[in-house]
Design a protein around this ligand. Structure first.
Ligand SMILES: [Zn+2]
Length: 325
């Protein structure tokens, strides 16, 4: 489906949730934003390209918005289909994107040793399968670069950290079109039937808030994320950014409230159990995915001097500074 002149949406799935990959077809460059999970290049990208008369080798450049299985897991498979296509990503996400073992250790299994919060073996196997084979990228972006796709079409590479450190977005300033990957999550990810399926999964709260503010400043007229319906018009874009920020503010309040009820301190797992039902209507089994955001909020309270962490405890415990002594 062509959502704006030259910009195609390739529909896919990650579990029960929609996945939207974008293809920018210019006269000089054809850019694919994200490669999906490991099976997706064969399963959805190749057929879509064929449908619009393109071969994988017509894609000159792949840009991974960020280090997650549904955005870069298809890199090795795409490179097999088209060895000359250049793969690229944000420099800060490069190590994770190039090596599934690094991605596992630093992202998906990041809270296991200190917090005892981790995916089970079946989930681990699925994650590793979706991440595909190790695949070096050909170049990285630090953001601020401008990419020419055609004689009268350029897009800007933007740094939009928060969900990952090296998260990128693309901005077509002339048409005010923002392709933002998973930079902003609203209050929930819905499944294909419109039911709440996943909580927001930002990891760095202050970076995420900074990204929301930055994206507001762009005054986009079209906001295209990878898992949310496309937002058309300034009002819809603003409403989605408001919803995104509101969730963060609510989560911060819920975290502080829960900790105030526990002067003895709380582990991440205890906080997840208390905060989950207050933050969203997704299935309760999904609450574990709050590990990313809630660990982010705990870290933020520590950095801002509002909480202290007892790192000698196993798992580590947090308590509000105001309740000490
Ligand atoms: Zn995603």
């Amino acid at each position: 489906m062509e959502i704006a002149a030259g910009i195609h949406l390739i529909p896919g799935l990650v579990g029960q949730r929609p996945l939207q990959l974008f293809l920018l077809r210019g006269e000089q460059q054809t850019v694919l934003l994200d490669t999906g999970s490991a099976p997706d290049p064969e399963k959805i990208i190749l057929p879509y390209l064929a449908q619009i008369g393109l071969r994988p080798s017509d894609v000159t450049l792949v840009i991974n918005t960020h280090a997650d299985l549904d955005h870069c897991g298809g890199n090795a498979a795409f490179k097999r289909l088209s060895p000359r296509t250049l793969l690229s990503c944000g420099e800060a996400d490069r190590a994770l994107i190039e090596d599934p073992q690094v991605m596992w250790a630093r992202r998906y299994n990041r809270y296991a040793s200190a917090h005892g919060v981790a995916y089970d073996e079946a989930d681990r196997r699925w994650i590793m399968e979706m991440l595909g084979d190790p695949q070096p990228v050909d170049l990285t972006w630090t953001a601020g670069e401008v990419l020419r796709l055609g004689p009268d079409w350029t897009v800007e590479i933007l740094a939009t950290p928060g969900h990952s450190a090296g998260h990128l977005a693309l901005f077509d300033a002339r048409r005010r079109i923002l392709l933002c990957g998973d930079a902003v999550h609203g209050a929930v990810y819905l499944d294909t039937a419109g039911r709440p399926a996943l909580c927001p999964t930002y990891v760095d709260v202050d970076a995420y808030l900074g990204t929301i503010r930055f994206l507001r400043s762009l005054q986009a007229d079209l906001l295209c994320g990878c898992h949310w319906p496309i937002k058309r018009g300034r009002a819809e874009v603003e409403a989605f950014l408001d919803e995104t920020e509101q969730f963060v503010r609510t989560a911060e309040r819920v975290v502080i409230g829960a900790m105030a009820d526990h002067p003895e301190g709380m582990t991440l797992a205890e906080l997840i159990a208390e905060a989950g039902p207050r933050l969203g209507e997704w299935p309760r089994a999904v609450d574990q995915e709050l590990m990313y955001a809630l660990a982010g909020h705990l870290d933020r309270l520590v950095v801002h001097g509002q909480a202290r962490v007892d790192a000698t405890a196993q798992p580590v415990r947090y308590r509000l500074v105001a309740q000490e002594r």
